[in-house]
Design a protein around this ligand. Structure first.
Ligand SMILES: NC(=O)c1ccc[n+]([C@@H]2O[C@H](COP(=O)([O-])OP(=O)(O)OC[C@H]3O[C@@H](n4cnc5c(N)ncnc54)[C@H](O)[C@@H]3O)[C@@H](O)[C@H]2O)c1
Length: 261
Protein backbone atom coordinates (compact mmCIF):
# COMPACT_ATOMS: atom_id res chain seq x y z
CA UNK A 1 0.00 0.00 0.00
CA UNK A 2 1.45 3.35 -1.03
CA UNK A 3 1.54 6.17 1.51
CA UNK A 4 -1.05 8.32 -0.32
CA UNK A 5 -3.11 5.57 -1.98
CA UNK A 6 -6.67 6.89 -2.63
CA UNK A 7 -5.71 10.34 -1.36
CA UNK A 8 -6.27 13.66 -3.11
CA UNK A 9 -3.80 16.53 -2.95
CA UNK A 10 -3.89 20.18 -3.94
CA UNK A 11 -0.63 22.06 -4.47
CA UNK A 12 -0.11 25.77 -5.24
CA UNK A 13 3.05 27.11 -6.81
CA UNK A 14 3.00 23.65 -8.35
CA UNK A 15 4.84 24.60 -11.54
CA UNK A 16 7.76 25.84 -9.45
CA UNK A 17 10.67 23.81 -8.16
CA UNK A 18 9.54 22.87 -4.64
CA UNK A 19 5.87 22.62 -5.63
CA UNK A 20 6.54 20.37 -8.59
CA UNK A 21 9.02 18.14 -6.77
CA UNK A 22 6.34 17.67 -4.12
CA UNK A 23 3.63 16.90 -6.70
CA UNK A 24 5.89 14.23 -8.18
CA UNK A 25 6.45 12.64 -4.78
CA UNK A 26 2.75 12.77 -3.86
CA UNK A 27 1.75 11.25 -7.21
CA UNK A 28 4.41 8.53 -6.95
CA UNK A 29 3.07 7.71 -3.49
CA UNK A 30 -0.39 7.12 -4.94
CA UNK A 31 -2.25 10.45 -4.69
CA UNK A 32 -4.33 12.22 -7.30
CA UNK A 33 -2.92 15.73 -7.46
CA UNK A 34 -4.25 19.07 -8.64
CA UNK A 35 -1.49 21.50 -9.62
CA UNK A 36 -2.23 25.24 -9.34
CA UNK A 37 0.04 27.99 -10.66
CA UNK A 38 -0.05 31.45 -12.18
CA UNK A 39 2.41 30.43 -14.91
CA UNK A 40 0.06 28.76 -17.40
CA UNK A 41 2.68 27.52 -19.86
CA UNK A 42 4.89 25.93 -17.22
CA UNK A 43 1.85 24.48 -15.49
CA UNK A 44 0.76 22.79 -18.71
CA UNK A 45 4.26 21.32 -19.15
CA UNK A 46 4.31 19.99 -15.59
CA UNK A 47 0.84 18.46 -15.84
CA UNK A 48 1.77 16.79 -19.12
CA UNK A 49 4.98 15.36 -17.65
CA UNK A 50 3.12 13.78 -14.74
CA UNK A 51 0.26 12.53 -16.94
CA UNK A 52 2.77 11.02 -19.37
CA UNK A 53 4.35 9.23 -16.41
CA UNK A 54 0.96 7.60 -15.77
CA UNK A 55 -0.23 9.66 -12.80
CA UNK A 56 -3.73 11.09 -12.32
CA UNK A 57 -3.20 14.84 -12.17
CA UNK A 58 -5.17 17.99 -12.95
CA UNK A 59 -3.97 21.50 -13.75
CA UNK A 60 -5.67 24.71 -12.72
CA UNK A 61 -4.35 28.10 -13.79
CA UNK A 62 -4.89 30.70 -11.04
CA UNK A 63 -3.41 33.66 -9.24
CA UNK A 64 -3.29 32.51 -5.61
CA UNK A 65 -3.54 36.09 -4.38
CA UNK A 66 -6.83 36.81 -6.15
CA UNK A 67 -9.84 35.91 -4.01
CA UNK A 68 -12.14 34.85 -6.87
CA UNK A 69 -9.39 32.72 -8.39
CA UNK A 70 -8.71 31.04 -5.04
CA UNK A 71 -12.41 30.25 -4.72
CA UNK A 72 -12.05 28.94 -8.27
CA UNK A 73 -9.17 26.55 -7.52
CA UNK A 74 -10.76 25.30 -4.30
CA UNK A 75 -13.98 24.51 -6.19
CA UNK A 76 -12.12 23.00 -9.14
CA UNK A 77 -10.26 20.63 -6.79
CA UNK A 78 -13.50 19.42 -5.22
CA UNK A 79 -15.08 19.01 -8.63
CA UNK A 80 -12.16 17.08 -10.10
CA UNK A 81 -11.19 14.93 -7.10
CA UNK A 82 -14.28 14.91 -4.84
CA UNK A 83 -12.40 16.18 -1.81
CA UNK A 84 -8.99 17.52 -0.77
CA UNK A 85 -7.14 15.32 1.74
CA UNK A 86 -3.94 17.32 1.65
CA UNK A 87 -3.24 20.93 0.73
CA UNK A 88 0.27 22.28 0.11
CA UNK A 89 -0.17 26.07 0.31
CA UNK A 90 3.14 26.92 -1.29
CA UNK A 91 3.05 29.65 -3.96
CA UNK A 92 5.45 32.50 -3.33
CA UNK A 93 7.72 35.15 -4.82
CA UNK A 94 11.04 36.56 -3.64
CA UNK A 95 10.43 40.23 -4.47
CA UNK A 96 13.06 42.88 -4.94
CA UNK A 97 15.83 43.20 -2.41
CA UNK A 98 16.63 46.58 -0.80
CA UNK A 99 17.25 47.82 2.73
CA UNK A 100 14.08 48.45 4.72
CA UNK A 101 14.73 52.20 4.82
CA UNK A 102 14.84 52.29 1.01
CA UNK A 103 12.27 49.58 0.21
CA UNK A 104 9.61 50.50 -2.37
CA UNK A 105 6.24 50.59 -0.65
CA UNK A 106 4.46 49.19 -3.71
CA UNK A 107 6.89 46.27 -3.80
CA UNK A 108 6.31 45.60 -0.10
CA UNK A 109 2.56 45.44 -0.81
CA UNK A 110 3.08 43.13 -3.81
CA UNK A 111 5.17 40.62 -1.87
CA UNK A 112 2.80 40.61 1.11
CA UNK A 113 -0.14 40.29 -1.27
CA UNK A 114 1.16 37.07 -2.83
CA UNK A 115 3.08 35.49 0.04
CA UNK A 116 0.83 36.29 2.99
CA UNK A 117 -2.61 37.23 1.67
CA UNK A 118 -2.35 34.40 -0.88
CA UNK A 119 -1.59 31.93 1.91
CA UNK A 120 -4.50 33.25 3.99
CA UNK A 121 -6.87 32.95 1.02
CA UNK A 122 -5.79 29.35 0.49
CA UNK A 123 -6.62 28.54 4.09
CA UNK A 124 -9.81 30.57 3.93
CA UNK A 125 -11.25 28.64 0.99
CA UNK A 126 -9.72 25.17 1.26
CA UNK A 127 -10.27 24.60 4.99
CA UNK A 128 -14.10 24.81 5.01
CA UNK A 129 -14.63 21.53 3.20
CA UNK A 130 -11.99 19.80 5.36
CA UNK A 131 -13.69 21.11 8.49
CA UNK A 132 -17.06 19.99 7.18
CA UNK A 133 -15.72 16.48 6.52
CA UNK A 134 -13.73 16.42 9.78
CA UNK A 135 -10.49 15.42 8.03
CA UNK A 136 -7.56 16.92 6.18
CA UNK A 137 -4.01 18.18 6.45
CA UNK A 138 -2.42 21.44 5.34
CA UNK A 139 1.21 22.43 4.96
CA UNK A 140 2.10 26.09 4.46
CA UNK A 141 5.48 27.09 3.07
CA UNK A 142 7.26 29.38 5.51
CA UNK A 143 11.07 29.78 5.41
CA UNK A 144 14.17 30.04 7.56
CA UNK A 145 13.37 33.70 6.92
CA UNK A 146 10.48 33.12 9.35
CA UNK A 147 13.03 32.85 12.14
CA UNK A 148 15.86 35.21 11.19
CA UNK A 149 16.31 38.56 9.50
CA UNK A 150 17.71 38.54 5.98
CA UNK A 151 19.19 41.90 5.01
CA UNK A 152 17.37 43.32 1.99
CA UNK A 153 14.30 41.10 2.27
CA UNK A 154 12.01 42.95 4.66
CA UNK A 155 8.83 42.15 2.70
CA UNK A 156 9.69 38.49 2.14
CA UNK A 157 10.74 38.03 5.75
CA UNK A 158 7.68 39.80 7.14
CA UNK A 159 5.43 37.59 5.00
CA UNK A 160 7.26 34.43 6.05
CA UNK A 161 7.07 35.39 9.73
CA UNK A 162 3.36 35.89 9.10
CA UNK A 163 3.14 32.42 7.58
CA UNK A 164 4.04 30.91 10.95
CA UNK A 165 1.35 33.01 12.63
CA UNK A 166 -1.26 31.88 10.11
CA UNK A 167 -0.18 28.27 10.59
CA UNK A 168 -0.37 28.32 14.36
CA UNK A 169 -3.65 30.17 14.44
CA UNK A 170 -5.39 27.97 11.88
CA UNK A 171 -3.96 24.87 13.58
CA UNK A 172 -5.46 25.88 16.89
CA UNK A 173 -8.82 26.58 15.27
CA UNK A 174 -9.35 23.39 13.28
CA UNK A 175 -7.50 20.76 15.31
CA UNK A 176 -10.61 19.61 17.10
CA UNK A 177 -12.43 19.37 13.78
CA UNK A 178 -10.02 16.69 12.56
CA UNK A 179 -7.76 18.95 10.49
CA UNK A 180 -4.01 19.51 11.01
CA UNK A 181 -2.11 22.60 9.84
CA UNK A 182 1.69 22.74 9.85
CA UNK A 183 4.38 24.65 8.02
CA UNK A 184 7.77 23.87 6.59
CA UNK A 185 10.72 26.22 6.81
CA UNK A 186 13.01 25.49 3.88
CA UNK A 187 16.53 26.85 4.11
CA UNK A 188 18.59 27.59 1.04
CA UNK A 189 17.03 25.42 -1.67
CA UNK A 190 18.26 25.39 -5.26
CA UNK A 191 15.27 26.83 -7.16
CA UNK A 192 14.51 29.71 -9.57
CA UNK A 193 13.30 31.76 -6.58
CA UNK A 194 16.68 31.37 -4.89
CA UNK A 195 18.47 32.29 -8.12
CA UNK A 196 16.24 35.40 -8.33
CA UNK A 197 17.50 36.42 -4.90
CA UNK A 198 21.13 35.53 -5.60
CA UNK A 199 21.14 37.61 -8.80
CA UNK A 200 20.31 40.61 -6.65
CA UNK A 201 22.94 39.77 -4.02
CA UNK A 202 26.00 38.49 -5.91
CA UNK A 203 27.73 39.17 -9.24
CA UNK A 204 28.65 35.48 -9.42
CA UNK A 205 25.46 33.48 -8.76
CA UNK A 206 27.22 30.09 -8.55
CA UNK A 207 29.73 31.41 -6.01
CA UNK A 208 26.87 33.07 -4.11
CA UNK A 209 25.02 29.79 -3.98
CA UNK A 210 28.08 27.99 -2.60
CA UNK A 211 28.50 30.74 -0.02
CA UNK A 212 24.87 30.55 1.10
CA UNK A 213 25.16 26.76 1.24
CA UNK A 214 27.65 27.30 4.03
CA UNK A 215 24.95 28.58 6.38
CA UNK A 216 23.89 24.93 6.65
CA UNK A 217 26.00 22.64 8.81
CA UNK A 218 25.55 20.13 5.98
CA UNK A 219 27.59 22.65 3.99
CA UNK A 220 25.45 22.68 0.86
CA UNK A 221 22.22 24.02 -0.56
CA UNK A 222 19.17 21.75 -0.45
CA UNK A 223 17.22 20.25 -3.32
CA UNK A 224 13.46 20.72 -3.89
CA UNK A 225 12.68 17.04 -3.32
CA UNK A 226 14.30 17.26 0.12
CA UNK A 227 11.49 19.66 1.00
CA UNK A 228 8.88 17.59 -0.84
CA UNK A 229 9.68 14.46 1.16
CA UNK A 230 8.95 16.25 4.43
CA UNK A 231 5.77 17.82 3.04
CA UNK A 232 4.61 14.38 1.91
CA UNK A 233 5.12 13.05 5.44
CA UNK A 234 3.31 15.98 7.05
CA UNK A 235 0.36 15.53 4.69
CA UNK A 236 0.16 11.82 5.49
CA UNK A 237 -1.58 10.00 8.31
CA UNK A 238 1.88 9.07 9.67
CA UNK A 239 2.05 12.67 10.94
CA UNK A 240 -1.26 12.28 12.80
CA UNK A 241 0.10 13.86 16.01
CA UNK A 242 1.91 16.78 14.37
CA UNK A 243 -0.07 20.01 14.47
CA UNK A 244 0.77 23.72 14.47
CA UNK A 245 4.44 22.84 14.01
CA UNK A 246 7.18 24.43 11.92
CA UNK A 247 9.58 21.97 10.39
CA UNK A 248 13.07 23.18 9.59
CA UNK A 249 14.42 21.76 6.33
CA UNK A 250 17.60 23.76 6.26
CA UNK A 251 20.57 21.43 6.57
CA UNK A 252 21.00 22.56 10.15
CA UNK A 253 21.24 26.30 9.44
CA UNK A 254 18.94 27.47 12.23
CA UNK A 255 20.41 25.05 14.73
CA UNK A 256 23.80 26.70 15.00
CA UNK A 257 25.93 29.78 14.60
CA UNK A 258 28.66 28.43 12.39
CA UNK A 259 32.08 29.17 13.84
CA UNK A 260 34.04 26.85 11.56
CA UNK A 261 33.90 28.80 8.28
N1 LIG B 1 14.09 28.29 -2.69
C1 LIG B 1 14.33 28.59 -1.44
O1 LIG B 1 15.50 28.68 -1.02
C2 LIG B 1 13.17 28.78 -0.50
C3 LIG B 1 13.47 28.91 0.86
C4 LIG B 1 12.42 29.09 1.76
C5 LIG B 1 11.12 29.15 1.30
N2 LIG B 1 10.87 29.02 -0.03
C6 LIG B 1 9.47 29.10 -0.44
O2 LIG B 1 9.13 27.96 -1.22
C7 LIG B 1 7.99 28.27 -2.03
C8 LIG B 1 8.23 27.75 -3.43
O3 LIG B 1 9.29 28.48 -4.02
P1 LIG B 1 10.40 27.85 -4.97
O4 LIG B 1 11.70 28.05 -4.32
O5 LIG B 1 9.99 26.49 -5.40
O6 LIG B 1 10.36 28.89 -6.18
P2 LIG B 1 9.79 28.81 -7.67
O7 LIG B 1 9.92 30.18 -8.21
O8 LIG B 1 10.42 27.67 -8.40
O9 LIG B 1 8.24 28.44 -7.44
C9 LIG B 1 7.27 29.37 -7.07
C10 LIG B 1 6.03 29.09 -7.92
O10 LIG B 1 4.97 29.90 -7.43
C11 LIG B 1 4.28 30.41 -8.54
N3 LIG B 1 3.59 31.64 -8.17
C12 LIG B 1 4.12 32.84 -7.87
N4 LIG B 1 3.16 33.73 -7.62
C13 LIG B 1 1.98 33.09 -7.76
C14 LIG B 1 0.63 33.47 -7.64
N5 LIG B 1 0.28 34.72 -7.32
N6 LIG B 1 -0.31 32.54 -7.86
C15 LIG B 1 0.01 31.27 -8.20
N7 LIG B 1 1.27 30.85 -8.32
C16 LIG B 1 2.24 31.75 -8.11
C17 LIG B 1 5.36 30.66 -9.60
O11 LIG B 1 4.81 30.76 -10.90
C18 LIG B 1 6.25 29.45 -9.39
O12 LIG B 1 5.86 28.39 -10.23
C19 LIG B 1 7.79 29.78 -1.92
O13 LIG B 1 6.75 30.05 -1.02
C20 LIG B 1 9.11 30.26 -1.34
O14 LIG B 1 8.99 31.45 -0.63
C21 LIG B 1 11.86 28.85 -0.93
Amino acid sequence: MKRHEDKTMLVTGAAGAIGYATCEILAREGAQVMLVDIDGAKLEERVKALSDAGYTVFGHHADCADEQQVIGYAEAALKAMGRVDGFFNNAGIEGHLAPTHEYEVAEFDRVLHVNLRGMFLGLRYVLPDMVKRGAGAVVNTASIGSERGLAGACAYNAAKHGAVGLTRTAASEVAQRGVRVNCVMPGVIETPLLVGMLEQMFDDVAAGMRKLGEVATLNRVGQPAEVGNVVSFLLSDEASYVNGAKWEIDGGALATIRNDI
